[in-house]
Design a protein around this ligand. Structure first.
Ligand SMILES: Cc1cc2nc3c(=O)[nH]c(=O)nc-3n(C[C@H](O)[C@H](O)[C@H](O)COP(=O)(O)OP(=O)(O)OC[C@H]3O[C@@H](n4cnc5c(N)ncnc54)[C@H](O)[C@@H]3O)c2cc1C
Length: 291
């Protein structure tokens, strides 16, 4: 398949990309890893007249520790996240999730900025951005702004980005000590998009959950946090009846669609099962971190 014709601009700096986007307005699209954009072009789902290639912006592909957070450049590849020692130390849940994203060849090219901007309803990185309370830095000709991940994802494949915006950096605040994590996903085949995936963290002291986070993907147009389940876990130890109530709250808080791959009922059932597994793993890891 061949894409429709387009003009091509290879940006070598963020400023150059911003200028090219501003000049082309709504006619332009950024290309990063191209792993979602190229199929969309080839299927004629979009027809931008200008592609602004940001792969040549060498200083946009970093992962670095900075005080209370980790800064990730928008051009950091999926494989970089998967294998980063900094990510493994601070966000093992993210390292684990990355192994579920597509296949190695795709992870070698795909970028965090591309995945968050594309916002596939079954993608892992938007869910992780939500779980980890990420902040997203965005630049355009009119200046810069920062938006919380919880406000960024608006609908399926729709985020708070104008055609003249470039997502430049993602900041992940470090998790509190004694935080355990869990990740559980079901996909039809390894490397496929998730039917449903759940990521959870539990921060524990004195055998009591002080902070709970549960995020889901594949259960709606955008990734979700299971706020009601998170609230009922806080202040308690995780035991079977509490896990059961959290699972019920997760299921009550979602309204998945039926599609070609799974029914709404199946997805809701799966979300509960996976939430139970993710919570059990998070509790076990939090308890193990006591020593
Ligand atoms: C066979 C296959 C299987 C896959 N399976 C999975 C999976 O299981 N899980 C998963 O999460 N993903 C999966 N993907 C998608 C993959 O993760 C993509 O890499 C990702 O969705 C897009 O990242 P990209 O860098 O390739 O972006 P691109 O394809 O280059 O761009 C995607 C969109 O984001 C915009 N964009 C890119 N970078 C920026 C930026 N910095 N600022 C503003 N806008 C930007 C582009 O304009 C475009 O609209 C799969 C892809 C394929 C082909």
């Amino acid at each position: 398949m061949k894409p429709p014709a387009f003009d091509y601009i290879a940006a070598t700096s963020v400023d150059m990309a911003i200028a090219a986007l501003a000049a082309a307005g709504s006619e332009a699209k950024i290309i990063a890893g191209g792993q979602s954009l190229m199929p969309m072009l080839n299927f004629r789902l979009i027809r931008p007249s200008v592609l602004v290639d940001i792969n040549g912006i060498a200083d946009l592909a970093y992962i670095e520790e900075a005080g209370s957070g980790i800064r990730v450049g928008a051009l950091a590849r999926h494989y970089q996240l998967e294998t980063s020692a900094v990510i493994a130390r601070h966000f093992p849940v993210l390292s684990c999730a990355m192994t579920h994203v597509a296949h190695l060849a795709i992870r070698n090219r795909g970028t965090i900025g591309g995945s968050l901007s594309h916002a596939d309803p079954a993608a892992e990185l938007p869910m992780l951005a939500l779980l980890l309370d990420a902040s997203l830095h965005i630049a355009s000709a009119s200046g810069t702004r920062t938006i919380a991940a919880r406000d960024f994802f608006l609908d399926a494949l729709t985020v708070d980005l104008a055609s003249t915006d470039i997502l430049t950096e993602i900041v992940l605040p470090k998790l509190p000590p004694r935080t355990g994590w869990g990740f559980a996903e079901v996909a039809r085949r390894h490397g496929d998009f998730a039917l449903v995936a759940v990521a959870a963290t539990l921060t524990v002291s004195d055998d009591t959950i002080r902070q709970a986070r549960i995020a889901l993907t594949g259960v709606g147009p955008t990734p979700l946090r299971a706020a009601a389940a998170e609230a009922l876990l806080c202040g308690h130890a995780l035991e079977a009846s509490l896990t059961g109530r959290a699972i019920d709250a997760v299921r009550a808080g979602i309204a998945p669609e039926t599609d070609l791959h799974a029914s709404s009922d199946y997805r809701r059932h799966l979300a509960g099962v996976l939430a139970g597994r993710a919570l059990a793993a998070a509790w076990r890891r939090a308890q193990a971190s006591k020593a």
